[in-house]
Ligand binder design. Structure first.
Ligand code: NAD
Ligand code: MG
Length: 386
């Protein structure tokens, strides 16, 4: 029996994680849950999974939750401090990090610093402060297990091999909802259209990131820190079907890949039960029915965000955190109808262009770059607002 905490339990990854807990009651016990502001869903989860402690980042949602849960034996905290307290709950062995965006950095780092093993879905903290997170993980004897499907595939393809034999990591990308569109068509795309991902059902932010290919840019940075591989050895390939989740090429030119139907419960459960595998009741991948898989190179002209991910890594320091924060602000503005789809990259580019680079050796330095970039990007959004 493994005792777990889920950060971001009301989201897409959070609810898939609880679905696994529900199906394997003998395997996991839920000690803590956190969410942003969805007190209604968190209440349901509290009644079902009976955590000892929960937190909502939104204080007024937490106040509502205390009323809803009057009489239940659950401690309800709020704010950043509350999230970090749940993340470091003494009885927890494994923390599933599934908050969306930079908001996950502080609680995920709190979990690492209190020695919890981490199942990492929340990629943005790795982008903001990957070096720091890995240093802290080493210091506290913490293993970070990837949940992101590409990184889970690479992790599995690296098992039993020597790092010095690795030639390339190849991340696959579905291309997102807008891959077939021309540059002109992309300009007028609505949020509703961009949210129609062909293969995965995910939260809104990552679905837009998939449509801009910023998601793959973030994943290149994530891979660099998760696997300690320079960006020159990380490649991206468009694979529309999302069946091959990623590949590793070795020095002898062998390639090892992990395949499966796109369902996040497979990588989530692997990270939760590593090195074991849970008998998930999912349809099998029938390759004879699929018959054909396709691959092509990314198009940097129509989807320049991927290149920004590489660029931020080459520049280093606070640049990835700056890119990430500007992207969060731009995506939020696009989802609210405030800017065009093609303005997202302009806002990120312009924010990166005027950023004064610093090193990221401390949490405070990462958070400061994040704050600065959000403010800058907000001002660019206002200037572009329709
Ligand atoms: P989501 O929007 O569905 O859920 C986000 C969760 O975070 C919710 O529980 C929400 O309440 C909480 N949250 C949001 N803002 C918060 C804040 N400011 N403070 C505290 N909590 C906050 O997102 P998701 O799709 O589940 O994605 C979560 C993370 O996992 C992202 O980093 C995403 O890139 C990554 N990821 C998701 C998928 C997927 O299939 N959904 C796949 C790979 C990686
Ligand atoms: Mg992914």
């Amino acid at each position: 029996m493994k005792t777990i905490v889920i950060l971001g339990s009301t989201g897409s990854i959070g609810t898939s994680t609880l679905d696994i807990v529900d199906r394997f009651p003998g395997e996991f016990r839920v000690a803590g849950l956190t969410a942003g502001s969805n007190d209604e869903k968190l209440e349901e989860q509290i009644r079902k999974f009976k955590p000892r402690i929960v937190a909502l980042s939104d204080a007024s949602a937490a106040a509502r939750l205390r009323q809803r849960c009057a009489g239940l034996s659950v401690e309800i905290l709020d704010g950043q401090e509350g999230l970090s307290q749940v993340a470091s709950a003494p009885e927890a062995e494994l923390v599933i990090s599934a908050i969306v965006g930079g908001a996950g950095l502080v609680p995920t780092l709190a979990a690492i610093r209190s020695g919890k093993q981490i199942a990492l879905a929340n990629k943005e903290p790795m982008v903001m402060a990957g070096k720091l997170m890995q240093e802290e993980a080493r210091k506290h004897h913490v293993r970070i297990f990837p949940v992101d499907s590409e990184h889970s595939a690479i992790f599995q393809s690296l098992e039993g091999h020597r790092k010095e034999d690795v030639r390339r990591l190849i991340l696959t990308a579905s291309g997102g909802a807008l891959w077939p569109l021309t540059k002109e068509e992309l300009r007028d795309v609505t949020a509703e259209r961009a949210l129609q991902h062909p293969n995965w059902k995910m939260g809104a932010k990552i679905t837009i990131d998939s449509a801009t290919l910023m998601n793959k840019g973030l994943e290149v940075v994530e891979a660099r820190w998760l696997f300690d591989i320079p960006e020159s050895q990380i490649e991206v390939m468009i694979h529309r079907e999302s069946i091959i989740h990623s590949l590793v090429e070795y020095q002898d030119r062998s390639m090892i890949a992990q395949l499966g139907l796109p369902d996040m419960r497979t990588p989530i459960s692997y990270a939760m039960r590593y090195p074991g595998r849970l008998p998930l009741d999912l349809p099998s991948l029938e390759l004879t029915e699929i018959a054909k898989l396709t691959f092509c190179k990314p198009d940097h002209d129509r989807f320049p965000c991927l290149g920004l991910g590489y660029e931020s890594l080459r520049i280093g320091g606070t640049m990835p955190a700056t890119m990430n924060a500007a992207n969060e602000i731009a995506v939020d503005a696009f989802l609210k109808g405030g800017i065009r789809f093609t303005d997202i990259v302009k806002i990120i580019r312009s924010t990166m262009d005027v950023h004064s680079l610093k090193d990221v050796d401390t949490l405070e330095e990462a958070l400061e770059a994040d704050r600065w970039a959000r403010e800058k990007a907000e001002s660019l959004v206002s200037a572009l607002a329709r």
